[in-house]
Structure formats: structure tokens, C-alpha cells
Design a protein around this ligand. Structure first.
Ligand code: NAG
Ligand code: NAG
Ligand code: CU
Ligand code: ZN
Length: 178
């Protein structure tokens, strides 16, 4: 009788929102700052990402998960876009893209919040390709989504300098509905 209740308990738990959560707190020497939050309900399911950043110049800025959360050389030591399947760079909805390719975040100007809400089906908090411990990165320029025709298009989207970065760490479960 006791064991029969177990699946019910698991169901009840997921109904209460047993998502895995992660966060990256972004900050740089030029006064730009923001937060990226990640939430994944189901293993192999999509991850909801919410980013809010201040201090970006007006326009689009490339945003990616990079391979490492290592900031010993600033954003440089996060190395390349997280790419466990060794494919070419793309946009966030392209079939061929890096796991870390999230496209661009649009800023209305440095004194206003730049906001991005994206549901990313390759970004995992569970399992072997989890982004936990990797690097969240926002660039000075726009990601051409692999279509810019420059030599860098197929690797970085030619998104310019590395402006803001932070490691992605575990965050506590949320107790309120999302
Ligand atoms: C990061 O790389 C850029 C471009 O190569 C370089 O200008 C900059 O000095 C590097 N920053 C650090 C902290 O190593
Ligand atoms: C990744 O792909 C490139 C180009 O297709 C290839 O040269 C390289 O050997 C591959 N790397 C790994 C680790 O498979
Ligand atoms: Cu990047
Ligand atoms: Zn990429």
C-alpha cells in the first residue's frame, strides 16, 4: 500500500513545480549589470530563460552560453560557444546551431532594461550537456546568426567584444508559480 502511493507523490511534486533552476549574475567594470535566470521542468524538455540587463548600447547584442564558467582572464577564459555536438554557429531557432546559441538581446538604450525571454530546447540543466557551471555571455555587437558572410559568422556570429559575462550556478527552487 505504501509503495502504491509513490507515483502519486512524484506527480504531486511535479505539479507543485519541481523545476531545476539556475542563475547568472552579470556585472562589468563599465557599470553594466543584470541577471539571467534559467528554469527547466523536465529532463530533455525546454528551458525557460529570462534575461534583464542594464548598460547595453542601443541595438542588438549577441548572447550565448560559452563552454566554461572560468573568468580568470575575464570573459576570454569562457572560451568558445558551448558546442558539445561540434556543429556550426547559428540562430536560436536554426536546426544547425551551437547548444549555446541564444541569438540576440535587444537594448532600447543603456539606461533602460534590455529584456529577453526565450524558451530554449537545447539548453539543459539536467544531464550530460547541462549548462550549469558554464558561462553566460553578452557581446558588444550583434550576432549575425551565422548569415553575415564574414569568416567569423560560422563560429561566433561575428558579435564583437565580450562585454558581460558570469558563470551559471544552481539557484534554489521557486516556491511561487512561474
Ligand atoms: C581578452 O581578449 C581581447 C581580444 O583578444 C584582448 O584585447 C583582452 O585584453 C583580453 N582580456 C583579458 C582580460 O585577457
Ligand atoms: C569538429 O568538427 C571539425 C570540422 O568539421 C573537425 O575538424 C574536428 O575534428 C571536429 N572535432 C571533434 C572533437 O570531433
Ligand atoms: Cu558569445
Ligand atoms: Zn554559436
Amino acid at each position: 500500500m505504501k509503495f502504491a502511493l509513490l507515483p502519486l507523490a512524484i506527480l504531486a511534486q511535479s505539479a507543485l513545480g519541481c523545476a531545476l533552476n539556475a542563475v547568472a549574475v552579470l556585472k562589468n567594470d563599465q557599470g553594466a549589470h543584470g541577471v539571467a535566470t534559467f528554469s527547466q521542468e523536465l529532463r530533455n524538455g525546454p528551458t525557460k530563460i529570462h534575461v534583464e540587463v542594464w548598460g547595453l548600447t542601443e541595438g542588438n547584442h549577441g548572447i550565448h552560453v560559452h563552454e566554461y564558467g572560468d573568468l580568470t582572464q575575464g570573459c576570454n577564459s569562457t572560451l568558445a560557444h558551448y558546442n558539445p555536438h561540434n556543429v556550426t554557429h547559428g540562430g536560436p531557432t536554426d536546426e544547425i546551431r551551437h547548444v549555446g546559441d541564444l541569438g540576440n538581446i535587444y537594448s532600447p538604450g543603456p539606461d533602460q532594461a534590455a529584456v529577453l525571454d526565450i524558451t530554449a530546447d537545447l539548453i539543459q540543466l539536467h544531464g550530460r550537456t547541462s549548462v550549469i557551471g558554464r558561462g553566460m555571455l553578452i557581446h558588444s555587437g550583434e550576432d549575425d546568426l551565422g548569415k553575415g558572410g564574414s569568416p567569423l559568422s560560422s563560429t561566433t556570429g561575428n558579435a564583437g567584444g565580450r562585454f558581460l559575462c558570469a558563470p551559471i550556478g544552481w539557484a534554489a527552487p521557486k516556491t511561487t508559480p512561474q
